[in-house]
Design a protein around this ligand. Structure first.
Ligand SMILES: Nc1ncnc2c1ncn2[C@@H]1O[C@H](COP(=O)(O)OP(=O)(O)O)[C@@H](O)[C@H]1O
Ligand SMILES: [Mg+2]
Length: 361
């Protein structure tokens, strides 16, 4: 949808050019909406420096759903928050680049970021209450969101809010717009937050574990809703989850994150059907196969390294059944298999991996 037909004011993003020179991670999207390069986030704490994100590079193409998957603590949320200027932590050091539609987000002044947030990029969270205020009706909160970014009358904004609530599947939207967040169930509240995030037809929607707190049926409905709206508005989506099942249901492309790094990256179908990294094998093992009872989670023995005790070399080596001497050197994230846009960071030789995967899957 051209920006002139979007209701919201178009922020002044005048910088030209998208990203720096092509890197391996660039190979996946020629003209990305978002290009993240070597993003690093470190927190100074009393106990020492916590390296939460360690050189993350990826791109999001217009209209695609990029899934980011990894266990809790792998740096998924911190990488998104740091990009969006939402870390709000004086002890955090953020370096690297995140170019959105040509404009650098890292270090962008708050005033300018505010014009992009909630307008061209919006976020939905695991807990809708982090975005919703308990003391205002949901309709009013959507109205406020619209009026923050656009010059429209209250009556116009209200009718758009009701339309949005209807669109995300809130029954009797006209009446429900006058309800408070606590009067909705968890799934319905998540729908309200989606309505709010779509108020200005963002080009990029970042959904951080949007279905984690929901039962399986509601989870599926919310994923379908995000997919439908994404198709309708042509927005790009970054979908963050710890669940490979969510990835295979909703993502076009996937990044597997471990200890603040991308360890595998590629098209969803390729990564799910022909995973290359032993960590991805473990994550996929956590999905019950058809006819199989749900397995105990997690299926990967051990815990991720604490952010303070990152080993040199491959961060997964301590939990990896296939670790070898070479793993004390950090493997690069490169295409080692047949497909150019299927990247992984592992030293295992190709033919060994083919064999092992058969055995593990
Ligand atoms: N304010 C903070 N101070 C220190 N460490 C933090 C802070 N916020 C997050 N971290 C650490 O950063 C790492 C990544 O966290 P996070 O991005 O929330 O993981 P995920 O979203 O993948 O579950 C975790 O180890 C977490 O403990
Ligand atoms: Mg998180």
């Amino acid at each position: 949808m051209p920006s002139s037909t979007r209701g919201c004011a178009v922020p002044d993003i005048t910088e030209s050019g998208i990203a720096g020179p092509d890197t391996t991670a660039d190979a996946v999207a020629s003209s990305p909406l978002l290009a993240v390069r070597d993003l690093r986030v470190a927190f100074r704490t009393r106990a020492g420096v916590v390296n939460a994100v360690n050189g993350l590079s990826f791109s999001v193409a217009p209209g695609e759903v990029l899934g980011i998957v990894g266990e809790s603590g792998s740096g998924k949320s911190v990488s998104m928050y740091s990009m969006m200027g939402l870390l709000d932590n004086p002890n955090a050091t953020i370096t690297g680049s995140a170019r959105f539609d040509g404009a650098e987000l890292i270090g962008m002044p708050t005033k300018r970021l505010n014009r992009i947030r909630g307008n061209r990029i919006s976020m939905i969270f695991q807990d809708p209450m982090t975005a919703l205020t308990p003391v205002y009706t949901v309709g009013w909160q959507i109205v406020e969101q619209i009026m923050n970014h656009e010059k429209v009358t209250k009556a116009e904004a209200w009718s758009r809010a009701v339309h949005l609530l209807d669109e995300v599947g809130i029954p009797d939207a006209e009446r429900r717009a006058r309800s408070y967040p606590h009067e909705f169930s968890g799934g319905m509240r998540q729908r309200v937050m989606i309505a709010m995030s779509l108020a200005c037809h963002p080009s990029l929607l970042i959904a951080d574990e949007p279905t984690t707190a929901l039962d399986v049926t509601t989870q599926r409905q919310i994923l379908e809703l995000i997919g439908d709206l994404q198709a309708k508005y042509g927005s790009s989506v970054i979908l963050i989850t710890h669940d490979m099942g969510v990835i295979s249901e909703a993502a076009d492309r996937v990044i597997v994150m471990y200890a603040g790094r991308a360890v595998e990256m590629g098209d969803e179908s390729t990564v799910v059907r022909r995973p290359r990294h032993p960590y991805t094998w473990g994550l996929l093992g956590a999905i019950p196969k058809p006819g199989q009872r749900k397995q105990r989670l997690p299926t990967i023995p051990g815990l991720p390294p604490g952010p303070r005790d990152q080993p040199t070399g491959c961060p997964f080596q301590k939990r990896c059944r296939f670790a070898m001497e070479q793993c004390s050197t950090l493997p690069p994230l490169i295409a080692t298999g047949e497909e150019q846009n299927h990247l992984d960071a592992c030293w295992l030789p190709d033919e060994v991996r083919e064999e092992l995967r058969e055995e593990v899957a």
